[in-house]
Design a binder for this molecule. Structure first.
Ligand code: FAD
Length: 336
């Protein structure tokens, strides 16, 4: 691990003044040797630093900035979460459990209790992929500047089954999957203090667009809030994660469903899939399969199969197709 200096920021302004790089930029071959980056709980950042992948000269701690760990809810305006809200805070909040069940479930099932007590919402959204080739400093993969995606031709049981180009990594954030289903909005404070609101569907970046990063965040840009829409009495949600272990692991497949009903008829729905592609994806085929229909065993199973119509599995991960079909069906039946 490289030597680095530590800066404990007391305010958002102070933190942004110090930071001149994203963590993703520090992983690239042309990384700035004087890079200064944001750190929240440090679970992902320290992992990358200890592996020797990221070697920033300065770590700017935003964890102690007052007011960034607050949750506020009103039935009219919806939910606002500060960036430093931990996964445990989300899992323990009764309003979130009542009105945004899928988001509560995604936070409750991520990682371990110890990690959830530390891990922050913003850090979770900005964490890098768990692709084992990307995570090894001994491998210069496609995302780190070489012309080869080793997962494409090598060990790929955990990797993407859809929406990939050459890089077949999957996005690691479970919270992102649930937030996609809720059409969350991310508030970003730009380096010059300007605020912009970004729909979560525009927050993640496919490697076909830019292979060096996974989010639109530019150096010094700070996530300052995440918003979820006001609840509706006819809206319900559900999230399911499948992993090879019950705890301490990222999902091999996950789904979040948010649907609005008129009686038993599904008026509208958002179905988000995680661990399927390099970014969390909305399955328009599954949505089309259930919109305007009554959800039962038959329509729910049909939606699962429809979602997988565009799947193009790799040499070792065709097993994900029946897993996704099953959890989409189960989540839809649970919602109704
Ligand atoms: C064993 C294990 C199992 C796990 N399982 C899961 C799982 O099932 N699902 C899941 O989703 N995650 C899982 N995780 C990942 C974990 O949840 C994330 O590593 C954690 O949430 C990252 O948050 P952090 O606060 O530690 O971020 P940090 O490591 O501090 O930062 C991560 C990135 O976010 C950036 N950042 C932090 N705050 C901001 C901000 N306010 N604005 C802009 N950029 C910011 C940092 O610069 C850095 O690039 C697991 C982790 C471990 C170790």
């Amino acid at each position: 691990m490289n030597k680095f200096s530590w800066y404990d920021a007391a305010s958002v302004e102070e933190a942004q003044k110090e930071v001149n790089s994203t963590v993703s930029q520090t992983i690239q071959p042309d990384a700035d040797p004087n890079a200064a980056v944001f750190k929240a709980a440090g679970i992902d950042l320290l992992d990358l630093m200890k592996e020797g992948l990221s070697q920033p000269a300065k770590v700017v701690n935003v964890r102690n900035i007052p007011g960034l760990d607050e949750i506020s809810f009103s039935p009219e305006k919806g939910l606002r979460l500060g960036p430093n809200v931990t996964l445990s805070q989300i899992a323990d909040d009764e309003q979130i459990k009542t009105h945004y069940l899928a988001f509560h479930q995604a936070a409750s099932h991520a990682a371990t209790p110890q990690i959830r007590n530390m891990a922050t919402l913003a850090g979770n959204l900005a964490q890098r992929t768990r692709c084992w080739y990307f995570r090894s400093k001994d491998v210069v993969c496609f995302r780190k500047g070489s012309s080869t995606c080793y997962a494409h031709i090598g060990k790929n049981e955990n990797h993407a089954i859809m929406s990939y180009g050459y890089c077949v990594s999957i996005h690691a954030s479970s919270l992102a999957t649930a937030l996609m289903a809720f059409d969350a909005i991310i508030e970003i404070r730009e380096k010059d203090g300007k605020i912009r609101l970004v729909p979560i569907k525009e927050f993640f970046v496919l490697p076909t667009v830019d292979r060096t990063k996974e989010t639109i965040l530019e150096p010094g840009e700070l996530i300052t809030s995440v918003f979820l829409p006001a609840p509706a009495s006819n809206r319900k949600s559900y999230y399911i994660k499948m992993g090879s272990r019950k705890s301490q692991d990222w999902p091999m497949a996950e789904v979040a469903v948010v649907a609005e009903f008129s009686g038993t008829i599904c008026k509208s729905a958002n179905i988000a899939l995680g661990a399927a592609a390099p970014v969390p994806v909305i399955s328009t085929l599954a949505i089309e399969a259930i919109t305007g229909k009554s959800i039962d065993e038959t329509t729910a199973a049909h939606a699962g199969r429809a979602a997988m119509e565009i799947a193009v599995p790799l040499s070792e991960n065709a097993y994900k197709i029946p897993v996704f079909e099953a959890i989409i069906k189960r989540a839809l039946l649970a919602v109704v």
